[in-house]
Design a protein around this ligand. Structure first.
Ligand code: NDP
Ligand code: HEM
Length: 482
């Protein structure tokens, strides 16, 4: 045996052979009693769980966050107290492509973090952009359908993407990011992460604040041009997974600073635009970023399936001191993620090591497929038998007054609830000459796909003219539209 362990069946008994099935005579038919062969075939047929319906292709790593500043006046969450060190797992992803798709395609990138805190898991499931394409969860499914494949020919289709975007002007800010070179990051290590939504923070006295998270790369921003990203699709479809894995393996541990913008609770009501609108940032001139700590990725997964594929992030995982805002997109996501995990991974996905909190679980939820840890009696609450009891005082501060008529509304009561003000600010004040030239040519290249109709191309020109007349003119020229 040369000190090698023996192969076993999944029940631990020694396997009869790694190579030969049990047959009648050396060339004869096989026997049903070769249970090991049958186990191998049956298990193989069940190897895949469904891929994520979005963000299917990705990679991740373990790390830790350290907090260096005192923000206890804003939140009592343990993980954000000065001196706290919290283990985490971060998964990066593209959005639209399937599990085998290329890493360098033009797309936003997912930036999902699970913090294993002393108060249970806190998940920050963000992207590498501070904003999103739509502001109402009612439109999310349709938006994603427009990015995926057609019903008839099963191909992606730029015409349907621009059809959706130009009929949804709230997408303009995010599409500006997407069509700029930040839509093709050179690596996951060289991009920022954002919580994107506005969240609620509350301190030990129950005082409330609104917060936005900015995770700024310490490696610096580095993007591919459209041509470089396209070339890399052919060269190495797994370029971003490889880059992160190799960097960590050679001890080059990537890090990000953890920054927040804080808005006093009362200022939300009459801010110049709706501060819970996911298509908008809070300008730094109004709410500067404060650095509160940093995090580092320092350990590769040992098993991709167990740690990356089976990871289940959920924006509804909050700890005391943090809660949701009224952002309608966030409200929708609070339902969507645990629901999809129950379907994709299984009802007891939270007991898998990658998803399990590092604190004891005392939950009256029980049973179901593959559950292996259940609380003993009593099995109900309230009880008089000394079973666990909830202490609601921990959440004092996460409530606020809301009133209104039940309705469906675009909700744009603020002075600057305009879809084009912020992408225009990006074009006018932030992008340099090369950024502008690349943005224009990336849009023209994308909207020149053979499936594009003239009618939709005209709307593309109108859409970019609304952002800025110079941009509209450049796009019109590139598409040959007067
Ligand atoms: P600021 O000048 O204070 O901030 C501009 C921000 O844009 C910085 O965070 C900068 O940080 C980032 N940025 C720089 N180059 C690009 C680029 N090519 N693509 C995307 N972002 C870039 O201005 P304001 O806060 O008033 O915002 C002006 C516009 O900047 C906004 O309308 C928005 O489009 C964009 N922006 C704003 C952010 C915010 O949270 N306020 C965040 C990101 C973008 P860095 O280079 O490190 O990314
Ligand atoms: C993944 C739904 C908006 C970031 C997913 C998944 C679903 C989903 C169903 C698959 C999860 C899985 O199978 O594990 C929605 C809905 C949204 C929405 C319904 C809006 C109503 C957003 C926004 C962001 C975002 C605004 C970023 C700010 C992510 C990320 C992942 C993901 C990063 C991948 C998580 C991982 O790495 O496992 N989303 N999403 N989503 N979503 Fe969303």
């Amino acid at each position: 045996m040369n000190g090698r362990p023996r192969t076993t069946t999944d029940s631990g008994t020694p396997a009869p052979s790694d190579e030969f099935s049990l047959s009648v005579g050396p060339g004869g038919p096989l026997l049903l009693q070769d249970h090991y062969l049958i186990q191998k075939m049956a298990q193989f047929n069940r190897e895949r769980v469904p891929e994520r319906v979005v963000h299917a292709k990705g990679g991740g790593a373990h790390g830790f966050m350290e907090i260096t500043e005192d923000v206890s006046q804003f939140t009592k969450a343990g993980l954000f107290q000065k001196g706290a060190r919290t283990d985490l797992f971060l998964r990066f992803s593209t959005v639209a492509g399937e599990l085998g798709s290329a890493d360098t395609q033009r797309d936003p990138r997912g930036f999902a973090i699970k913090f294993y805190t002393d108060e249970g898991n806190y998940d920050l499931v963000g992207n590498n952009t501070p904003i999103f394409f739509v502001r109402d969860p009612q439109k999310f499914q349709d938006f994603i359908h427009s990015q995926k494949r057609r019903a008839d020919n099963h191909m992606r289709d730029h015409n349907m993407q621009w059809d959706f975007w130009t009929l949804s002007p709230e997408s303009a800010h995010q599409v500006t990011f997407l069509m700029s070179d930040r839509g093709t990051p050179a690596s996951w290590r060289h991009m920022h992460g954002f919580g994107s939504h506005t969240f609620l923070w509350y301190n030990a006295a129950g005082e409330k604040f609104w917060v936005k998270y900015h995770l700024r790369t310490e490696q610096g921003i580095k993007n591919f041009t459209d041509a470089e990203a396209t070339a890399m699709i052919a060269q190495d479809a797994d370029f971003h997974i490889r880059d992160l894995y190799d960097a960590i393996k050679r001890g080059d541990h990537p890090s990000w600073t953890v920054n927040v913008q804080i808005m006093p609770f009362e200022e939300a009501a009459d801010y110049r635009f709706n501060p819970f609108d996911l298509t908008k940032v809070w300008p730094h001139g109004d709410y500067p970023e404060i650095t509160i700590g940093r995090f580092t990725l320092n350990r590769n997964p040992a098993n991709y399936f167990a740690e990356v594929e089976q990871a289940g992030f959920e924006p509804s995982n909050f700890v005391p001191g943090i809660g949701p805002s009224p952002d309608k997109m966030l409200q929708g996501r609070l339902f969507s993620y645990p629901d999809t995990h129950r379907y994709r991974i299984g009802a007891n996905y939270q007991q898998l090591p990658i998803n399990a909190p590092k604190v004891p679980v005392h939950s009256y939820n029980r049973d179901g497929a593959m559950r292996y840890a259940n609380m003993p009696d009593p099995v109900y609450a309230p009880n008089s038998m000394g079973g666990p009891a909830a202490f609601e005082d921990l959440y004092a501060g996460d409530t606020y007054h809301v009133t209104g008529e039940i309705m469906r509304s675009a909700y744009r009561p603020h002075a600057e609830d305009d879809d084009f003000v912020q992408p225009r600010a990006l074009w006018e004040n932030v992008l340099g000459d090369e950024d502008r030239a690349n943005l224009t040519s990336n849009i023209v290249g994308h909207a020149s796909a053979p499936e594009m109709t003239r009618e939709v191309q005209k709307r593309v020109v109108e859409y970019w003219t609304n952002v800025h007349k110079d941009l509209g003119q450049g796009v019109a020229q590139g598409l040959g539209i007067d």
